[in-house]
Design a protein around this ligand. Structure first.
Ligand code: PXL
Length: 263
């Protein structure tokens, strides 16, 4: 028995709700194997982030290099990178991986701040994401992130044009909008598609990480992009519906495996 491996670059969240802890759970639940390369340590609880300490860029580079020397990488998922040097180190790694695998799926979750707007990067995360965006297969901004990545552009169509110019697939997540439903919109050169999910009450810690990691795992299994995005949303919605509390504030998605979601 084998499992496809997903190389993950993300930050550690000691509350166990978001970041690389979420990625490990979601990728495992999808029947793939996570290779978690930590880019930054954070000090946080399930609501607020108090500190971010990026890992040295050379250490990020070496963690990935040792893995790729031995293990076949079927997909890559990127969350927070910590700072600009780490973005460069990850871009270097992706360039090397793409020499032997030009079609390697790379899912970039362009996290610019925590759900409460706390910093998750030492320097300007928009610049770090700009380094990585042209190397990604899919970018998954929420609405505030899409606006910031597009220099404050507020019109959705103009945002999509700008993002598609850099990356072939864009999934704009509607969680920050209002209304009874969350509308997620996928755009690609080959078409577009919209999914509508009932908006759930309360806040969640690590929903974006869950979704992006699940997509990466399904792409690692060889699923086509649209199918991967659709199944990952169904899995994420299920995890949010089963979320549990560990304290006041944001709840933790239950990412434990369910048979029907396994690839
Ligand atoms: O959900 C975005 C996110 C990503 N990565 C880390 C985080 C968070 C949100 O708090 O802490 C490490």
């Amino acid at each position: 028995m084998t499992r496809p491996s997903v190389l993950v670059f993300a930050g550690s969240d000691p509350s166990g709700g978001a970041g690389i802890q979420a990625d490990i759970q979601a990728i495992s639940a999808m029947g793939a194997h996570p290779l978690p390369v930590i880019t930054a340590l954070t000090v946080q609880d399930n609501d607020r982030v108090y500190q971010v300490q990026p890992v040295a860029a050379d250490l990020v580079r070496q963690q990935a290099q040792v893995l790729m020397n031995k293990i076949d990488i079927a997909a890559v998922k990127i969350g927070i990178v910590g700072n600009r040097d780490n973005a460069e180190a990850i871009a270097d790694t992706l360039r090397r991986l793409k020499i032997s695998k030009p079609n390697l799926p790379v899912v970039l979750d362009p996290v610019l701040a925590s759900g409460h707007g706390d910093h998750l990067s030492e320097d300007n995360p928009v610049q770090s994401m700009a380094i990585l965006m042209p190397m990604a297969t899919l970018v998954t901004p929420n609405l505030p992130e899409a606006e910031k990545l597009c220099a404050g552009e507020r019109r959705l169509e103009a945002q999509v044009d700008k993002l598609l110019f850099q990356c072939p697939n864009v999934l704009i997540k509607g969680g920050h909008d209002s209304g009874p439903d969350v509308v997620n919109r996928w755009y690609s050169d080959s078409g577009q598609r919209t999914w509508t999910w009932p908006r759930l009450d309360g806040g969640f810690h690590g929903s974006g990480c869950t979704l992006a990691s699940a997509v990466a795992a399904l792409l690692a299994h060889g699923k086509p992009m649209m199918e991967a995005i659709e199944s990952a949303q169904a899995y994420c919605q299920h995890a949010l519906m089963s979320a549990y509390a560990i304290a006041d504030g944001q709840r933790i998605p239950d990412r434990s495996a369910t048979l029907e979601n396994k690839a």
